[in-house]
Design a protein around this ligand. Structure first.
Ligand code: ATP
Ligand code: MG
Length: 254
């Protein structure tokens, strides 16, 4: 069995990548799948958001990306049944400089994680288009793009699709966009509604039917080191991510 590797990516910062990684991965693990979160952002927000320490020097995604350590030695169990994580630490912030002179620097991650056996590996990506993200795109089967329902949301998507196309043209021809996810949506806000409409007009079925509303319980949960699905199962944030997991798994079956 080969793992399905899914990158949660958008070069824009603060659009809900980490929140989506944590909560979608949790909701899918709760649905009885064997799931790994690979935190490849030096900020380590997915790591702390799942209640794991990001202390400098521990076995982490830094060693995995650079091919210096067996990924099995970096994997930690989370509080969620069926959900493990390869944590990130600030050590990762040096990785791009260290990768740069290396041969095959774009494909290091693909090699390192090729033997991992999970139903799904979700990768939390850093913002930007550096070597870490190029490695992630080369190592992934699919991507999910969180799109924040705010001004300038659509700007930058064209650039992201260009990057995806150039990855397809070079190393990873089978890379698929699994879907675009509208995040931090506010029904009472006209701008939010118009971004959602614009995205659906332009990207049609690629946009998930499920929309993640702005919900304070989601950000509270992260500060408690828990996915919202565990922190407050009745909140609209938790219900939305469970709905997203169902829609995602349905798309996978098709
Ligand atoms: N649906 C939501 N409702 C309310 N707050 C949210 C929601 N989604 C995310 N947030 C909050 O918005 C902030 C940014 O979200 P998040 O960290 O997931 O974005 P990101 O894309 O991973 O950011 P970065 O590019 O810095 O990694 C966080 O404080 C998070 O708790
Ligand atoms: Mg993040």
């Amino acid at each position: 069995m080969k793992s399905t590797v899914i990158a949660i990516i958008n070069q824009k910062g603060g659009v809900g990548k980490t929140t989506t990684t944590i909560n979608l991965a949790t909701a899918i693990a709760v649905a009885n799948k064997n799931v790994l979160v690979l935190d490849l952002d030096p900020q380590g927000n997915a790591t702390t958001g799942l209640g794991i320490s990001k202390r400098r020097g521990i076995n982490s995604s830094y060693g995995v990306l650079l091919g210096m350590i067996d990924p099995q030695e970096t994997i930690q169990k989370t509080h969620v049944n069926g959900l493990s994580i390869i944590p990130s630490t600030i050590d990762l912030s040096a990785a791009e400089v260290e990768l740069f002179p290396q041969k095959g620097r774009d494909c290091k991650l693909k090699q390192s994680i090729s033997d991992l056996k999970y139903d799904y590996i979700f990768i939390d990506c850093p913002p930007g288009f550096g070597l870490i993200n190029i490695n992630i795109l080369n190592a992934s089967n699919k991507i999910i793009i969180p799109l924040q329902c705010e001004f300038y949301a659509m700007e930058g998507l064209a650039q992201l699709f260009c990057t995806i196309q150039s990855v397809r043209n070079s190393i990873n021809k089978d890379l698929i966009v699994s879907g675009i996810l509208l995040t931090m949506h506010d029904r009472r806000n006209n701008l939010s509604l118009s971004i959602a409409n614009e995205a659906r007009t332009h990207f049609k079925n690629l946009v998930f039917n499920t929309v993640i509303p702005r919900n304070i319980r989601i950000s509270e949960a992260s500060s408690h080191g828990k996915p919202v699905v565990l922190y407050d199962i009745k909140s609209i944030g938790a219900i939305s991510y469970i709905e997203l997991a169902k829609e995602f798994l349905n798309r996978e079956r098709k």
